[in-house]
Design a protein around this ligand. Sequence first.
Ligand SMILES: [Zn+2]
Ligand SMILES: [Zn+2]
Length: 251
Amino acid sequence: MKLSIDPIISAKNFFLDLFFPIRCLSCRKNHPSADGPKHYLCETCFLKIKFKIQPECAFCSARTINGRTCPFCLPQHYLNFLWAAADYQEPTIKKILWAFKYQFIKDLAKPLVRLLSVYLRHKKMDKFMETYRREILVIPVPLHFRRLNWRSYNQSELLARELCSEFGLNMQSDTLLRLKHHKPQAELGDKQERIKNAKNIFYCRQPDKIKNKTIILVDDISTTGSTLDECAKILKQSGAEKVIGLVVAKG
Ligand SMILES: [Zn+2]
Ligand SMILES: [Zn+2]
């Protein structure tokens, strides 16, 4: 069966490459030797991406150790940490995240998680994840089902899934639900509008699964921190001990 299908797929890929060559989204060059996701982001461009060296508080951007929420913001917020691999102003990251979300290129989950993995290992967070593997649960920021139907996939869930297989962690993607379909945060300009937009839109339907867990909440971008914080609020009210936001980029 496999023998008869593979040549058909390679012939199809050969003609697709010939007529619609996939170029690196960053340098626009075609890399014929690259396979799969490397088509979209070549090795040279991947290696040029600048990591976010200095961790910050998710809400006021003050420099903090390991992205901990600073003591001034903590009393009004729920998220304990924000781990952000890069800055959203990094040009390659901006292009890749946009294509991942709006050009429906699911394959980009792989280079994005590779980026997250390099960042996490550099910050020695892999050791933390290894030590507390049993207490950690990875949860992607959910989409409303109408949005999910429209896009056919949740980009945060793809990232979370890849991340779990990279670090051997457990994922729960049906525990946290998004109840309302609000405007995507990216379409709102004003900071206050974004914060209001994210209020009271999440729900936890299996609190027993997250009780006393350390949650790694995965999303592609964090701007005001309000979406992650709303999720963290529900998760903590449902019994989670600690919530860490993990995003590719901070805006
Ligand atoms: Zn390139
Ligand atoms: Zn702060």
